[in-house]
Design a protein around this ligand. Structure first.
Ligand code: COA
Length: 251
């Protein structure tokens, strides 16, 4: 239900549950987290995220969460969804969200995890959750506020405003609006731009931007320091000494 293919440095991540407009179940969240781990360990240098069929994503699966007990909802539904969305937002390679269909509720929150959003002109974007008696979850009041600003989130989440693509672009919810059917072409162009740039510099830059954007800055600091430490003669000497059962010589 979450497909991944990687070719020529581009990972294509596709929500594939078109009959339910790609509404996300707990199982799909787990798959998303697993797919992000695969991407992180693989050769992809940029990700294009899209939805199969006519929607990008119509949010969390209403039937699935409506059936949860309050405890289960608060525990695994929230926790597992956050783990998946965090994994996506914290990939070290850039992520492009290709919105060739509506992005509502969890769909908007998922798109917020990307570094760039392309919307086809016919799509709608919003946060209908309070109209269903639930809060915008999976960081819909946190990451969404950080990335888009509090006022536009207020308009969607508190007043139920749903924006068309052009208005969404004006408000900073999406970066580019393009004719219906053309989002994949622009996504490929933008992915090619990423591929033409320095891969390590791009990764490091994304990590720094994520740290500034409060995407787990402690882990990023450790990851950057770890990269430096792992490249030193000091480590090589420490490991040699361990294997040769002698005291290390750090002079
Ligand atoms: N959760 C579960 N199922 C969903 C869903 C969701 N969030 N969104 C859509 N679906 C299902 C519909 O129930 C329908 O299933 P069915 O064919 O078995 O009846 C199928 O997807 C197609 O949706 P439908 O409503 O018939 O399509 P539409 O084109 O008429 O309307 C939307 C599209 C997006 C406007 C409408 O589906 C909608 O409002 N969805 C809910 C969006 C939402 O509130 N998201 C926040 C969830 S927290």
């Amino acid at each position: 239900m979450i497909d991944l293919s990687v070719r020529d440095g581009i990972a294509r991540l596709v929500l594939n549950r078109p009959d339910k407009l790609n509404a996300l179940t707990a199982e799909m969240c787990d798959m998303l987290a697993a797919r992000c781990r695969e991407i992180e360990r693989g050769t992809a240098r940029v990700v294009i995220l899209s939805g199969a069929g006519k929607a990008f994503c119509a949010g969390g699966d209403i039937e699935a969460w409506a059936g949860e007990t309050p405890e289960a909802f608060g525990d695994h539904w929230v926790r597992d969804g956050h783990a998946a969305f965090d994994a996506l937002a914290r990939l070290t390679v850039p992520v492009i969200a290709q919105l060739d269909g509506h992005a509502l509720g969890g769909g908007l929150e998922l798109a917020a995890c990307a570094d760039l959003r392309i919307a086809e002109q016919h799509i709608k974007i919003g946060q209908p959750e309070t109209g269903l008696g639930i809060i915008p979850g999976w960081s819909g009041t946190q990451r969404a506020v950080r990335r888009f600003g509090a006022q536009v989130v207020r308009r969607m989440a508190l007043f139920g405003e749903v924006f068309d693509a052009e208005e969404a672009r004006r408000l900073g919810l999406v970066d580019h609006v393009i004719a219906t059917g053309a989002a994949h072409v622009l996504a490929e162009d933008l992915a090619a731009r990423v591929l033409s740039r320095g891969p390590q510099a791009t990764k490091l830059t994304k990590m720094l931007i994520n740290a500034a954007d409060r995407e787990d800055p402690e882990r990023i600091a450790e990851a950057l320091a770890g990269r430096i430490a792992a490249g030193t003669d000091e480590l090589r000497e420490g490991l040699s000494a361990f294997r040769e059962k002698r005291k290390p010589d750090f002079s």
